[in-house]
Write a new protein. Structure first.
Lengths: 419, 397
């Protein structure tokens, strides 16, 4: 009895999870594996279109001969690169009509014309004609013939499915793509964005954890940048930071903080004189990192706030009795309590920042030294139209991600063992 | 009284006052009032003077009278001796000073003599400073987005700092940008498409996620543990690595430029987190209820519909709100899959609008307001239900 019950249970479980698993598999897992396949191929954006045999049907009447009619099919191969093999053609005729002098590639069977056109080269074109005659002497209805669409089929190579592989893409990724520049930009962006958002998260959580008027309002406001649509926020920032019409530059010049407008999103380096040393700051990258911190510190804030609210009050009271000041309380009570949350946050934010695409894309488009790996995927695939290269860069991203996760789980596992 | 605490108190409180006044000055400047200087020295001096006066007067005067007195002194010196400003500017300064005086009222000579007083002073003012500064930094872009949408390109060219809104003008003039984006740029259609895609994603995601989450939470089957850990790992994978294969496959299947294609992708990307959140909630429902239902010969589907669903309305609605927000805000896939203006979502439409350098910025900002407001409204209204989900990491970003 219990045996059959557990069998039923298993079967039900599979039925319940199958749709979700299938969808996730086909939209998320399959593409990750497909990337591996595509990255070993030379595929451009234009190769993606499958070649199709096409026919445009034109019906013409013949002068002085109302019971005859001519159909012209403009046949062509839609692809400019690939041939189509074994093209088959099929069209239907109204009942009272018969073709005369039919092309030898075709035959008629119960009011249908079947043709075998053989192979079509790339760019193939032909005007194919059929002469029709009414078998009962009545005038032929032109409209009726026009509304019937011919069916064509043929076989062609799909560049994506053949088995020609090459290592070219990976060679290009590592040797011609300024790979280390890309990698270092991505790391700067990821690392400082992560650290910044965690630091601001701690500060704001510490703030909101105290009692003051308007605290709940403050908590909602702090989350606005995180829940707002990225497109709207990025464009608002872009307008604020514009060197000429932007509010920030105008304000700073108005209050004489700066003399010349700063092109915060369009300038790669800013030279700062620091006690006689010329420091080169990557200006656009810094701006983009600041935007990233602004937009994502709320996540850190929420995590840390939730943890802070769970810290027992007695700990602080005991510390106060021992004569600890606010700074000491923060260092010896608060920080150890939130350390675990911070390490989780670091991992989550690091991975997500590493893959951020929209923010940089909308702010700078990857110009002025802000090209990160995800931006490069888009550029290779859709600006340079090299799908294979884009996939190869994606593979590099996935490989690095797996490495991060592996290292992280190793570290976490070690710590769990120690405790 | 310790001299160190006294110095900290006077300096930090006056810096705090200076930052309050400066933020007010920035807001005033943005109303088109000419104001060229923060007057750092004057404000700091005044601030130090007031904070010291506060210690000297102590409790000899009622705190309300004391605050009003300080506010009068400051407003008089700042607003009449050093610069001539409109009345409303001075009213603002007055209000800031009242606030400031009430904040420093609690410090007395005795207070500053206590242990750790200098640290406490720093922490107190850092807190205040943090609240003011963070609110300003967060809200400022949203504020600019809103008021830019009410200005005209010509007015902003004349004075790029004048964001004052003339409420006396005709309603149609005031909301001109909004009329233009709805009439000329078909934003009504984009709102409909965005709504359709987002609501559709919510429905389909829930249809797929509820049964799967139930199975993961309650039933025993081979591969269950593997499945629940892989849900989280899959969630970590970024959209950018899916883009190229999906683009190629969708092109070949003719699913690009179709709202249906977008819906499939959104559903698949939100499914892992929806399942994760729901199964956590389903686990918290007492098993006894279901056992009773099995006695009543209900099958699994009956259990889900008659017992699980009614009990988990809060969790399901919070998942629904999340999925809605994720789908509404999504940009990358809509950029990849849609290039026909007839099937744009709001985000994609705004990006398309910005691609034309000729587009006046108030239209862009009006569009941004239109796409932002629904999300913020939902968020503020349902915040209670949403915050716990955010800590579960439900919005990937």
């Amino acid at each position: 009895m219990s045996d059959t019950l557990s069998k039923i249970e298993k079967r039900t479980a599979y039925i319940l999870i199958l749709p979700a698993v299938f969808l996730v598999f086909s939209i998320i897992l399959f593409p990750i594996f497909a990337n591996v396949w595509i990255s070993f191929k030379e595929v451009g954006l234009k190769d993606i279109r499958i070649p199709e045999p096409r026919a445009k049907k034109i019906v013409k009447s013949i002068k002085d001969n109302p019971d005859q009619l001519k159909i012209i099919y403009k046949l062509r191969n839609s692809s400019l690169i690939l041939e189509i093999r074994n093209v088959k053609f099929q069209d239907k005729l109204p009942k009272n009509i018969k073709p005369i002098n039919l092309d030898e590639r075709c035959r008629v069977k119960s009011n249908k014309i079947y043709c075998d056109f053989g192979n079509w080269q790339a760019k193939y074109k032909e005007n194919f004609q059929i002469l029709l005659k009414s078998s009962d002497g009545k005038t032929i209805n032109k409209k009726e013939i026009k509304t019937i669409k011919p069916k064509l089929s043929g076989k062609s190579d799909n560049i994506l499915l053949n088995t020609n592989f090459t290592l070219k893409n990976f060679k290009k990724v590592f040797f011609q793509n300024e790979f280390f520049d890309l990698l270092s930009t991505t790391f700067y962006y990821t690392f400082f964005g992560t650290i910044g958002s965690i630091v601001f998260g701690i500060l704001t959580a510490q703030l909101v954890n105290q009692k003051f008027f308007g605290r709940t309002f403050m908590r909602s406001v702090l989350l606005f940048p995180y829940v707002g649509p990225v497109v709207a926020l990025a464009y608002t920032w872009e307008l604020l930071l514009d060197p000429y019409s932007g509010t920030l530059n105008n304000l700073l010049m108005n209050f004489q903080v700066i003399q010349e407008p700063l092109n915060l999103l369009g300038q790669k380096y800013l030279t700062i004189n620091f006690f006689g040393f010329d420091l080169k700051l990557r200006l656009a990258l810094t701006t983009v990192i600041i935007f990233e911190i602004w937009r994502y510190f709320p996540l850190a804030f929420l995590f840390i706030l939730a943890r802070l609210q769970a810290v027992p009050k007695e700990l602080y009271e005991a510390a106060e009795v021992d004569g600890a000041g606010p700074l000491q309380k923060f260092i010896s009570i608060t920080l150890p309590q939130i350390a675990a949350v911070i390490s989780i946050l670091f991992m989550i934010r690091f991975i997500w920042n590493f893959n951020k695409f929209e923010d940089i894309f909308l702010l700078t488009g990857g110009a002025s030294g802000t090209r990160t790996l995800p931006i490069n995927v888009y550029e290779q695939g859709f600006t340079i139209s090299d799908i294979g290269m884009g996939s190869a860069v994606s593979i590099v991203i996935v490989a690095l991600l797996l490495l991060f996760m592996f290292v992280y789980f190793k570290l976490i596992g070690k710590r769990a063992d120690e405790n | 009284m310790k001299i160190k605490s006294l110095i900290y108190y006077a300096l930090i409180s006056s810096i705090f006052l200076f930052s309050l006044v400066s933020i007010w000055k920035i807001l005033v400047t943005l109303q088109g009032v000419e104001l060229k200087n923060f007057n750092f020295e004057i404000i700091i001096t005044l601030g130090i003077a007031i904070s010291l006066l506060n210690l000297i007067i102590g409790e000899k005067l009622n705190y309300l009278i004391k605050s009003t007195l300080f506010a009068f002194i400051f407003t008089f010196v700042d607003g009449f001796l050093f610069q001539v400003m409109p009345v409303w500017y001075n009213i603002g300064i007055f209000a800031i000073l009242i606030f400031f005086s009430l904040k420093i009222n609690k410090y007395s000579r005795k207070y500053l003599a206590s242990e750790h007083s200098s640290q406490i002073v720093i922490f107190d003012f850092l807190t205040l400073f943090g609240i003011v500064l963070f609110s300003f930094v967060i809200l400022f872009p949203f504020y600019m987005m809103l008021i830019t949408s009410f200005k005209t390109q010509a007015a902003l060219l004349i004075n790029p700092l004048d964001f004052s809104i003339n409420f006396k003008q005709d309603f149609k003039e005031l909301f001109k940008s909004y009329f233009v984006i709805f009439d000329t740029y078909k934003f009504g259609r984009y709102i409909l498409i965005s709504t359709f895609v987002s609501v559709g994603t919510v429905i389909v995601t829930l249809l797929f996620a509820i049964p799967a989450a139930y199975a993961v939470a309650r039933l025993n089957f081979f591969g269950k543990n593997f499945l629940s850990t892989s849900i989280l790992i899959i969630y970590m994978f970024p959209a950018i690595v899916l883009v190229i294969p999906l683009y190629t496959v969708f092109s070949q299947l003719g699913l690009r430029n179709s709202v249906g294609g977008l819906l499939i992708v959104y559903t698949a990307t939100t499914l892992p987190v929806a399942i994760y959140m729901l199964q956590g909630y389903f686990r918290s429902i007492p098993k006894e209820l279901e056992e009773a239902a099995i006695m009543d010969k209900l099958n699994w589907f009956g259990i889900i519909i008659k017992i699980i669903l009614p009990l988990s309305i809060p969790a399901i609605s919070s998942v629904a709100l999340y999925v809605f927000m994720i789908a509404w805000n999504e940009f990358l896939f809509s950029l990849m899959f849609l290039d026909n203006p007839n099937s744009f979502t709001l985000s994609r439409a705004i990006q398309y609008l910005s691609g034309d350098a000729e587009t006046p910025r108030q239209y862009l900002m009006a569009g941004s307001v239109v796409v932002t407001i629904p999300v913020l409204l939902i968020f503020v209204y349902f915040e209670k239900y949403l915050v716990s989900g955010l800590t579960a990491g439900s919005v990937k970003g």
